[in-house]
Ligand binder design. Structure first.
Ligand code: ZN
Ligand code: ZN
Length: 247
C-alpha cells in the first residue's frame, strides 16, 4: 500500500510537477509547495517574548517580561505567539495564500506552526481550536478563510477538536491593514458573536485561536474578550507571522 502511494506520488509529480510558491523552481514532491531553500529563508521568531502578546523582547532568552502595549491596554487573551517574522519573503507567500487561494500551502504552514508550538510547549492542554471567522460577505468574495484552513489543519495535527461554527463575524468591518492601533480597536469592537451553542461548548474550555497574521492583536483580543465573557477557560493565540520589527 505504501509502495503504491509512493509510486502514485512519482506519477503525479511527473504529470503535474509542483513548483515553489515563492521562487518558482520545481520541487521534488508533488505535494511540496515551498522549496527547502525558501523554507530556510523564513525567519523564525526567537525568545524572549512578551509573555502576553508574544512580541520579541530584548534580554536573555529565559527572561519573562510584559511589553508596554500589554501593560497599558486591556488584554483578554492569556498568551499569543507567532511563529515567523512577517518580512518580505513571507509577505509574498502569505499574500498568495490569502488572495490567490493558494491553499496548497496550508499543509506546510500548519506543520511549521505546530512544530513551533511544540518547541515552546504551547501545544498541550487545548480543548478546542477556533479560527478567526470572516464576515459571510467577505467570505463569499474571497471564497476561503485562511485562518479557518490553518485552524483545521493544526487541529488535525494535534488531535484537538475544531469548530468553525461557534464564533461568527457579524459586522463587516473596514480592512484593518490601513488603520492605526487605536482605530483598529474601535473598528473591531462588537464585530464578533458567540452562538448559543458555542457559548455552551466553550464554557470552561481552554481555547486556541488561530490566525494567519498578528499585527496589533486587536482582532484576536476582541474574540478572546467575547469568549472570556461567556465563561471560557484560558484563551491562547497562535499566528503564522507577526509584523513587528526586532527590538
Ligand atoms: Zn523556493
Ligand atoms: Zn505584549
Amino acid at each position: 500500500m505504501l509502495y503504491l502511494r509512493y509510486m502514485l506520488g512519482i506519477l503525479i509529480n511527473l504529470l503535474y510537477p509542483a513548483s515553489c510558491q515563492v521562487c518558482g523552481i520545481k520541487t521534488n514532491r508533488w505535494n511540496e509547495n515551498i522549496c527547502a531553500d525558501c523554507l530556510k529563508n523564513m525567519r523564525k521568531r526567537l525568545p524572549p517574548f512578551c509573555r502576553k502578546c508574544g512580541r520579541q523582547m530584548p534580554g536573555n532568552p529565559g527572561s519573562e517580561n510584559i511589553c508596554a502595549d500589554c501593560r497599558n491596554s486591556a488584554v483578554y487573551f492569556d498568551r499569543a505567539l507567532s511563529a515567523f517574522h512577517y518580512d518580505d519573503s513571507l509577505k509574498e507567500l502569505v499574500h498568495s495564500f490569502k488572495y490567490n487561494k493558494a491553499t496548497c500551502m496550508a499543509k506546510e504552514f500548519s506543520d511549521l506552526i505546530t512544530a513551533f508550538m511544540k518547541q515552546h510547549g504551547i501545544d498541550r492542554e487545548i480543548d478546542l481550536i477556533l479560527p478567526i471567522p470572516m464576515h459571510p460577505a467577505r467570505l463569499f468574495k474571497r471564497e476561503v478563510n485562511p485562518s479557518d484552513i490553518l485552524a483545521k489543519n493544526i487541529a488535525r495535527k494535534l488531535s484537538v477538536r475544531y469548530s468553525g461554527a461557534f464564533l461568527k463575524k457579524i459586522k463587516n468591518t473596514r480592512a484593518q491593514s490601513k488603520l492605526s492601533r487605536h482605530e483598529r480597536i474601535k473598528n473591531i469592537k462588537g464585530s464578533f458573536f458567540l452562538t448559543r451553542h458555542g457559548a455552551i461548548e466553550t464554557r470552561q474550555k481552554n481555547i486556541l485561536l488561530v490566525d494567519d497574521l498578528f499585527t496589533t492583536g486587536s482582532t484576536v483580543n476582541e474574540c478572546a474578550r467575547v469568549l472570556k465573557k461567556a465563561g471560557s477557560g484560558r484563551v491562547n493565540v497562535i499566528t503564522l507571522a507577526r509584523g513587528d520589527s526586532l527590538p
